[in-house]
Design a protein around this ligand. Structure first.
Ligand SMILES: [Zn+2]
Length: 190
C-alpha cells in the first residue's frame, strides 16, 4: 500500500504526460485528497487541461502520476453546461441494475477497446472543488465512466475486468502487466 510521504511523491514525478499502460503509477491505491488544498486545485486544473487536449470522457489523477483520489468526467450525454464533473474522494456506495457489456477505452491504453461487463447503475458520493458534498444516482453513460475512473484510484484498469483468455490474446505485454498486478495485489493484501 502506498502512503503519501515526500519520498513517495518525488518518486511519482507528477508531470504533464499521461501515464501509459505498464507504468507503476497506474497500479497505486491513491490517498484521499484535501478538496481545498492548493495541490488539489492545481491537480484539477491540470486534469481538465489534459482531458480537453486528449478528448477523452474521463481522467484520473494517477494517469498523471499523482496518487490522489481525484477524477474529472466529461459526460457526453449531458448538456454542455452540466457535462463537467470534478470528483474529489469519490466513493461508489451502491451499484444496481443488471450487469451490462459496454465498450471501453482508456487514455492510458491508447488504441485498445474492449467490451467490459459492469453493473448498469451506481450511487456515488464525492466532494467538489468547493468542498461541497454531492450524491449522484445514475444508470446512464455517466455511471459507466464513474466506475472506470474510480477503478483507476484503486490501481485497476479496465483490462483487469476482461476474461483471462482475452488478456492472453491481447498481447504479451498485457500478460506481463497482469503478472505485475498479481504481485502488487499480493504485496498489498496485508
Ligand atoms: Zn482509464
Amino acid at each position: 500500500m502506498t502512503s503519501g510521504g515526500q519520498e513517495n511523491e518525488a518518486r511519482l514525478d507528477p508531470g504533464q504526460v499521461i501515464r501509459r499502460f505498464g507504468n507503476r503509477c497506474l497500479r497505486l491505491r491513491c490517498r484521499p485528497a484535501d478538496p481545498l488544498a492548493q495541490e488539489t486545485r492545481e491537480l484539477v486544473e491540470h486534469l481538465w487541461l489534459i482531458l480537453g487536449t486528449e478528448g477523452g470522457v474521463g481522467l484520473a489523477a494517477p494517469q498523471l502520476g499523482v496518487d490522489l483520489r481525484v477524477v474529472v468526467i466529461r459526460d457526453p450525454e449531458a448538456p454542455k453546461a452540466k457535462s463537467r464533473t470534478t470528483m474529489i474522494n469519490p466513493e461508489i456506495i451502491e451499484t444496481f441494475g443488471p450487469d451490462v457489456a459496454f465498450e471501453e477505452g482508456c487514455l492510458s491504453l491508447p488504441g485498445l477497446y474492449r467490451d467490459v461487463v459492469r453493473p448498469r447503475g451506481v450511487v456515488i458520493n464525492f466532494t467538489d472543488e468547493s468542498g461541497h458534498v454531492h450524491q449522484i444516482r445514475s444508470s446512464k453513460m455517466f455511471a459507466r465512466i464513474v466506475q472506470h475512473e474510480v477503478d483507476h484510484l484503486d490501481g485497476k484498469l479496465f483490462v483487469d475486468h476482461l476474461p483471462f483468455r482475452t488478456m492472453v490474446w491481447l498481447s504479451p505485454r498485457l500478460v506481463l502487466q497482469l503478472l505485475g498486478h498479481l504481485i502488487w495485489k499480493l504485496r498489498n493484501r496485508s
